[in-house]
Design a protein around this ligand. Sequence first.
Ligand code: MG
Ligand code: MG
Ligand code: MG
Length: 305
Amino acid sequence: MSTYIFGHTNPDSDSIVGAISLAYLKNKLGEDCVATRQGDISPETEFILNKFNTNAPELKTSYAGEKVYLVDFSDLAQAPKDIKEATILGIVDHHKLGDITTDTPLECWIRPIGCSNTVIKQMFDYYKVDIPENIAGMMMCAILSDTVIFKSPTCTKEDTKAVKELSQICGIEDYKALAMEMFIAKSAVDGASARNLNTRDYKAFDMNGTKVGIGQLEMVDISVLDNRIDELFEDMKLMKAEDSLHTIAILLTDIMEEGSRLLVLSDDVSKVENAFNVKIENNQAWLDGVLSRKKQVIPFLQPQF
Ligand code: MG
Ligand code: MG
Ligand code: MG
């Protein structure tokens, strides 16, 4: 029976590529592993898969009775509904430790660095397994995505080193040009519904018993959404009611301006104002320098609850 490897719900490129790269490594180490995904592929991930001629992992949302490895998350809110009925063999991640627990000992590779694929690159090095060109290229893109081309405060020397080594393996010297192409693909909003935009990179959190949803759109120019703000708010209102959220926030992150336009609906907006030390006007604020949800948003919001 195969072991399944997958990332969080609303999978991003790190979750999809991480499932593929870790499954490859595990198979090389003699474990029968299959990469899967919990949701649709984003335009950015589609760009990466096309660029490196790789098929998307199979969609699978139920894991009762299965053995699994988790990549890029350890929060129950981002796991399959029946995760408690699965056996978790391991976690590879770079987020805060979540609330998933296990009944049996597990393998854990969790490091405070910019990307799960950097951790996986270190696992390849540890086990002295060669990375195929296409997988190296995809891992490189995942790291460039998660670290916003090294601009994110989550980026470490280990991430830049991994990108440089992976670029050698895949033979792409100008990885910054490729990364810009990737972010332009990621910025495609034409024809996308408000729900698609709000949930493209959306995560739910349980903050000490309070439900908070935070979405993020990383774009090369957020002004293309100027005429859709009302529509995004309308949909946020629905999402907030559907999931009984205390707070829903969408970050429109401008990777060139290096900051985020915050859209927020909250039962107590003062919590958000205190978290970021800003005044919320018309349910909005500009968060200067904020690029990372994991490092610049969650750690400030969570203590408010
Ligand atoms: Mg992720
Ligand atoms: Mg990640
Ligand atoms: Mg991200």
